[in-house]
Write a protein that binds this ligand. Structure first.
Ligand SMILES: NC(=O)c1ccc[n+]([C@@H]2O[C@H](COP(=O)([O-])OP(=O)(O)OC[C@H]3O[C@@H](n4cnc5c(N)ncnc54)[C@H](OP(=O)(O)O)[C@@H]3O)[C@@H](O)[C@H]2O)c1
Length: 244
């Protein structure tokens, strides 16, 4: 896809990978409307010249706030990027079901609802902008889960499955479906955890390159290796990843 002149709705565009996507997409000539919750981050993004819709996407009200704030605007690309990790490790502490619910909503229900609510806008093409795109940000952990974060992995694997099926449905239509699978990235989400993280700038760069190529998947950084191992032996990929 040629990104110049495109209108892009980007959830979670006020920090981390999303903020870098917003900046780099703007450099490509796209107009980016972000969403976020935290007032200081929203103010900082607005100070950079971005339009930000305030919405908590852990429930249907947040989705509807985004949809109504976006109504009457043309839409070329929806990037479902906002997501959260969730502690759910019986070896450390009893899991918090409320927190699990929030993660299920933000990471899975909100992307699906946004796709449902915004599909008419994505399908409404003009001669000047004949194609549209949905980008769902999942994770390398959607391919094979780590033992330490079962709920997070389940949300990402479910979104991966939804994305693959949706791509099958929309094949041959004007709406292209891209799944972005980041490895561990150096953002607030992974603060104090892991090493060998890639920068959010590099992660955004690889996702945007996949958008421009019209790829089905953006396998970012080490996720390419995980994909290769998984293609050769899903059991081996699972065994390796379960150690984390
Ligand atoms: N970092 C990694 O290692 C990694 C690896 C694989 C996949 N991913 C995926 O990449 C995506 C971005 O992750 P990130 O590391 O960039 O995260 P991040 O640095 O924590 O940023 C998340 C963004 O989403 C927004 N957000 C968080 N909770 C929200 C909520 N309830 N409602 C609406 N917006 C919310 C945040 O702003 P506010 O908090 O102000 O709302 C922020 O703009 C996520 O889907 C994540 O699962 C990340």
């Amino acid at each position: 896809m040629q990104l110049n002149g495109k209108t892009i709705l980007l959830t979670g565009g006020t920090d981390g990978i999303g903020l870098r996507l917003a900046r780099q997409l703007r450099e490509k000539g796209a107009s980016v409307i972000s969403t976020g919750r935290t007032p200081a981050r929203i103010a900082a993004a607005e100070a950079e010249g971005f339009t930000v819709i305030t919405a908590d996407l852990t429930g249907p009200e947040g989705v509807e706030a985004v949809v109504s704030a976006f109504s009457n605007r043309p839409l070329d690309v929806l990037i479902n990027n906002a997501g959260m990790g969730v502690d759910h490790d019986f070896r450390l502490a009893p899991p918090d079901p409320e927190q699990d619910e929030r993660a299920l909503w933000l990471n899975l229900h909100a992307p699906i609802r946004l796709i449902v609510r915004l599909m008419p806008a994505l399908r409404a093409r003009t001669p000047a902008s004949p194609e549209a795109m949905i980008v769902n940000v999942t994770s390398g952990l959607a391919i094979a889960p780590s033992a330490g974060s079962p709920v997070y992995c389940a949300t990402k694997a479910a979104l991966r499955s939804y994305t693959q099926a949706l791509r099958g449905q929309l094949k041959g239509t004007v709406v292209h479906v891209l799944e972005a699978l980041p490895p561990m990235v150096d953002t607030q989400m992974t603060a104090g955890r892991g090493n060998k993280k890639i920068s959010p700038e590099e992660c955004a760069r690889q996702i945007i390159a996949a958008m421009e190529r019209g790829a089905n998947e953006a396998n970012v950084g080490m996720v390419k290796v995980l994909q290769a191992v998984h293609s050769a032996s899903p059991a081996l990929a699972r065994a390796v990843m379960l150690r984390f």
